[in-house]
Write a protein that binds this ligand. Sequence first.
Ligand code: M6R
Length: 611
Amino acid sequence: MCGIVGYIGDKSPVEVIMTGLHRLEYRGYDSAGVAVVNKDGLGCIKSLGKLKILDAKLEESPLLGQTGIGHTRWATHGVPSEVNSHPHFNVAKTIAVVHNGIIENYYELREQLKATGIEFRSQTDTEVIAHLVDKYYQGDLFAAVKRALKDCEGAYAIGVICKDQPDVLVAARHGSPLIVGLGENEGYIGSDVPAIMKYTRKVMYIENGHVCEITRQGVKVEDVNGNPVQMEVKNIEWDDAAAEKEGYPHFMLKEIHQQAAVLRNTLGGRVHEGSDEVQLTDMNISKDELKACKKIFVVACGTAWHAGMVGKFLIEKFAKVSVELDLASEFRYRDPVIPENSIMIPVSQSGETADTLEAIRIAKSRGAQVAAIVNAVGSSVARESHGVVYQQAGPEIGVASTKAYTSQCMAFALFAIWLGETRGVLSKVEAKELITHLRQIPDKVDEILNNQDKIKELANRPEYRDAVGCFFLGRNVNFPSALEGALKLKEISYIHAEGYAAGEMKHGPIALVTETFPVICIAVKGETYDKMVSNIQEIAARKGLIISVATEGDKSIQAHSKDVIYIPECFEAFSPILVAVPLQLLAYYIAANLGCDVDQPRNLAKSVTVE
Ligand code: M6R
């Protein structure tokens, strides 16, 4: 979604801002702009499309100054256009604003402002903020922003500069993420850590309702009523190289290849060498609460929801607690019944997904204990939950989620074992056996990654690469694998793909199967293997182009399949982690062969911070 960068100090604001905006490109955007305070007032350049267009414009007409703000926009109100791109201004062009989020009462505010004679330039909700700050400005930008925000409802992170106060940068947050970075006689704002990590590692995570005045002398934080707020300064320990591609043509491919290491991380922090006991201390759920728990709610969106489906299977199997799985966007509107002693597990890579956050708030207001599975450290989901299991996957830049998914599945496996043992459903011996299986997973992922030639070859075959549509089928714990495989393929290659529970085929979807229709069948050894083989035979009888994903050594599957991708033998309950990898690779190579923008697919944003 939208990205914000701002700077005050001795460096070139445009250079800092453009570096930051490039670092945020992975979030998805349709236009961009930058504004700087200089001796002539406020200079601004905007462009529709990719940042390289804005780079070229800035090279042609450099913007000089000492304080600036920049933005990448992902349209919500008003079409993607130069006029609607940020920054937005007051009538006299003395105040500039960048904004992430949505001002929900913007229409009402816009009408009120229009009634006073103000002519709006854009169709955006953001422009009302610029006019409101102007309305309340009496020589103190900080005070004017605080007052203006009292009129605004909705979600926002904003950065504001003013021609008459070139030494001040004001920022505020309510619902959309915002950080302030600190340096020597300088300050930064960003909507995400990568935006400013080239320049500083010292950051403050701004909380909802807080407004900051940033000058070269330091940062003052208050709430909208002027009450001072003490902020903690945190040190970012991410490796800068983590945000680069490290020789891979796309971030997605790099992230697929990071998975073995990531899974070792997810596991390593929780099951220490020489011990077979799971420790999830940051979940902040006591043994008594775990024992008393009658129901678990899992909420998430997209790929994280697929991981949640794997989680439901694992928790019910190993801990015997009933799990309700919901899309966060549905949970928040369905008036859910949340019994006493319920636990909610929200799942989110970014930790900033608007619907997931709202689901958390509802669950908390109804008395549930909320323990999140999250990747982004310090994100809103992590902070708003009572406890957390960090996935330890590092920053995920590709819009298509890969390492975040497999590490979420791993985190669920750990949670299920921990819960099962605590509740006395699993014996120590059984838990130990499960841990042994989990410990083998990263090496098996490496094995798949080291043997990907077959997948590359299939991805280049015209019958698969140029297909107009296809199915992914799975059963049991690999039903979510089918959904995830289909989502991966469709979001990056634009090939229409549907995931189904294989047993559902006969209830309608099989009507689509013809001799040019690929069907990817997940048929790893396990409880429903024979059922899956029957489904494969039914598709073969309709001449569907079957690619089976099967367990190494299963020769008989070849008789019914056009092609087979093998994965190492694996304990069935944990097989979704392995199955995900060849499906990610297949989607990646097909999309790359088709020349698609793999890391930033059309219409998609990395982090969906509006509902
Ligand atoms: O950051 P989150 O995990 O909360 O994001 C949820 C979805 O938006 C995300 O998984 C999305 O579906 C990805 N594009 C999938 O690859």
